[in-house]
Design a protein around this ligand. Structure first.
Ligand code: OGA
Ligand code: NI
Length: 363
C-alpha cells in the first residue's frame, strides 16, 4: 500500500453499489457485468462445492501436549501452504470481543450515509480511503463491493485524515484489533519458518518493521450474482493475509484450486490465512500465493476485514538461499526491493497472479 503519485488518471463514473441497490435494487449497470468467462457463478457443478480449507489449531503449536502433536500440526501447516496457499486458524487466542468490536464499527461505517463516507475518499490511483481500489481506466469493469482501506503500521504509512471520527470507537477498535493481528502474524511466520526447517526468527529478522494495512470489504446483495464479481481474481502482494469474515456471512470467498473455483466457508471464530506473493518469492515457489476472488449473493450482504502483513518497504526480497539449489531447484524469482513491488502491485489492476510477473525469472 505504498502511496502513489498518480495525478490525473481518468477512471470514469463509479457507482457506489450500496447507493445503487437503494435506488434501483434490480439494476446492474453495464460496467459491473463481466465477460462470460469471468462471471461469478460458473456452470461447472464443482463450483458449488463448499470446502473447509485446511484447519490449523494454533493451540497445538503454542501449547502442545507432546512434541509429536506439535510436529503433526506443523506438517498440516506446511501441507496447507504448499497445496492450498490458504488455511484457517482456530484457537488463535484473539478474544472474541476484539473481533466483535472491529466488526461492529466496520459495519457501522459502511451503514453511514454516503456523504459521511465520502469525507474519507480514495483518490484515483491511491489505495487508502473509501471507494474502489485498482481502477485505472474508464473501461475497466467494476467490482460489486465498497472498500475502506487504511495503512496501519508503521505510523509513517498512515494517512490520519482518512481515519474516521465516526463511528466513535472506530480508530480505537482498529488499533486494538491490529495489534492482535500483528502478534498473530508474527506467530504464524515463526511456525511457517519452522515448517520450512528454518530458524524461527528468520522472517521476523528479515522483515524489519513490518508493514500492516487493513481493508474492509462490504459486498451488498446483488440481484444478478451470476453476472458480477464482488472482487476480481487476484493474489495478495503481502507476505501473509488474515481475513475475518463477519458473523453469519454467506459464502463469498473462492479460491482457485486445480483450475476450479472452490468456495470457502470459514468455521465459526476461525480466521482465514493466505500466503501472499512475498512468501511465494522467498520460498522460491514452495509455498504459493493462490489466486482468489469474491462472489456476491442475491439476498445477503457480506463484510470482510482483511489485514495485509508485509516486510518493510526497504527490505530486499529474493528466494532464500536455504530453499534454492542450482541443480534441483533453481532460483525462479529475481531480487527486488519490497517497496518497488508494493508500488507495482497497487499501480496495476487486479488480474489473477499477473503482478508476480514483476519478480519471475522468465526462461
Ligand atoms: C482481499 C480479498 C476477499 C474477501 O481483500 O484481498 O481477497 O472475501 N478479499 O473479501
Ligand atoms: Ni485477496
Amino acid at each position: 500500500m505504498a502511496p502513489l503519485p498518480i495525478s490525473s488518471i481518468r477512471i470514469g463514473k463509479i457507482d457506489d453499489v450500496q447507493e445503487l441497490i437503494k435506488s434501483k435494487p434490480n439494476k446492474v449497470p453495464e460496467r459491473f457485468i463481466r465477460e462470460a468467462n469471468e462471471r461469478g457463478v460458473l456452470v461447472s457443478h464443482k463450483t458449488h462445492l463448499h470446502h473447509h480449507i485446511p484447519v490449523v489449531d494454533l493451540s497445538k503449536l503454542s501449547k502442545p501436549h507432546t512434541h509429536d502433536d506439535f510436529l503433526f500440526e506443523i506438517l498440516k501447516l506446511s501441507q496447507a501452504c504448499e497445496d492450498w496457499g490458504f488455511f484457517q486458524v482456530i484457537n488463535h487466542g484473539i478474544e472474541v470481543g476484539v473481533v466483535e468490536d472491529i466488526e461492529k464499527v466496520a459495519k457501522e461505517f459502511f451503514e453511514m450515509p454516503l456523504e459521511e463516507k465520502k469525507k474519507y475518499p480514495m483518490e484515483p490511483g491511491t489505495v487508502q480511503g473509501y471507494g474502489q481500489a485498482f481502477i485505472f481506466s474508464e473501461d475497466q469493469k467494476l467490482d460489486w463491493c465498497n472498500m475502506f482501506a487504511l495503512g496501519v503500521h508503521p505510523p509513517s504509512i498512515r494517512n490520519p485524515k482518512l481515519w474516521p471520527s465516526t463511528p466513535a470507537r472506530f480508530s480505537e477498535n482498529l488499533e486494538g484489533y491490529s495489534k492482535e493481528i500483528r502478534k498473530l502474524c508474527k506467530r504464524l511466520l515463526k511456525y511457517i519458518a519452522i515448517s520450512l526447517d528454518l530458524k524461527e526468527e528468520r522472517f521476523e529478522e528479515m522483515f524489519g518493521e513490518a508493514v500492516q494495512a487493513v481493508r474492509m470489504n462490504y459486498y451488498p446483495p446483488c440481484s444478478r450474482p451470476d453476472l458480477v464479481l464482488g472482487l476480481s481474481p487476484h493474489s495478495d502482494g503481502s507476505a501473509l493475509t488474515v481475513l475475518q469474515q463477519s458473523k453469519n456471512s454467506c459464502v463469498g470467498l473462492q479460491i482457485l484450486k486445480d483450475n476450479t473455483w472452490v468456495s470457502v466457508l470459514p468455521l465459526p471464530n476461525a480466521l482465514v490465512i493466505n500466503i501472499g506473493d512475498t512468501i511465494e518469492v522467498l520460498t522460491n515457489g514452495k509455498y504459493k500465493s493462490v489466486e482468489h476472488r469474491a462472489v456476491t449473493n442475491r439476498e445477503r450482504e457480506r463484510l470482510t476485514i482483511v489485514t495485509f502483513y508485509a516486510p518493510n518497504y526497504e527490505v530486499k526480497i529474493e528466494p532464500m538461499g536455504e530453499l534454492v539449489d542450482d541443480e534441483t531447484n533453481p532460483c525462479k524469482y529475481r531480487s527486488y526491493n519490497h517497496g518497488d513491488y508494493s508500488y507495482h502491485y497497487v499501480s496495476n489492476k487486479l488480474q489473477g497472479k499477473k503482478s508476480l510477473d514483476f519478480a519471475k525469472i522468465l526462461n
